[in-house]
Design a protein around this ligand. Sequence first.
Ligand SMILES: C[S@@+](CC[C@H](N)C(=O)[O-])C[C@H]1O[C@@H](n2cnc3c(N)ncnc32)[C@H](O)[C@@H]1O
Length: 212
Amino acid sequence: MTRLIRLDRIHEEPLNRSQGADDAHPMRKVTQQIVESETGWSPERAAKVKELFDGLASEWKTRATPERLVPLLDALDRGGLDGAEICCEVGCGSGVASPILADRFSQLICFDLSMNMLRFGPETLSRAVADASSLPLADSSVDVLVVVNMFLFPGEYARVLRRGGKLLWASSDGDRTPIYLPIEDVAASLGDGFECMGADAGPGCWLVGKKL
Ligand SMILES: C[S@@+](CC[C@H](N)C(=O)[O-])C[C@H]1O[C@@H](n2cnc3c(N)ncnc32)[C@H](O)[C@@H]1O
């Protein structure tokens, strides 16, 4: 049975939030299909997603606000990540979260499907194009894998994490963003091989799953 410990919310949700994406949003459907079945992701789908984010790259950073970083910061504070050194961020986009991770971990490598997105990222960081469904990383090589507003590929993430390594999954804006899953669904998708904790935080939520 999957274990998920829900921590108390300590960062309030901002007031007067607008409605966002719902389950009918095409990207929400893709997010759900990827965790439901291996056929949820394909070269054709990867090409479409890449094209979409290539087109959004130049304005992506304008979506960043301090409050949207609250879930990630809360996860880093309370997610039990002490002692981890090698961090890999997957689906880093234009690097909104990357400098925070670079401060926190001694080694960071960032991957994204979209070269355009990477072009807008911090030049001082290691960045490379890669598809999260097939990462250019050895088995059990990573201490922490970070995915923020990004699809969940449970099998691939489990492959590259070492035993005791942790997946940090964060959603900046919860169900108002298209690429979103409830943390109970994230924990269920990771399955018995992970022990999970998570919380609501600011406008979003996070989960840290420890590979057993
Ligand atoms: C919603 S954006 C989030 C970007 C960043 N993490 C943030 O929170 O600002 C999703 C990012 O994931 C990337 N992405 C989507 N599918 C991917 C895949 N299969 N492998 C790697 N990156 C992917 C997209 O190109 C895009 O940059």
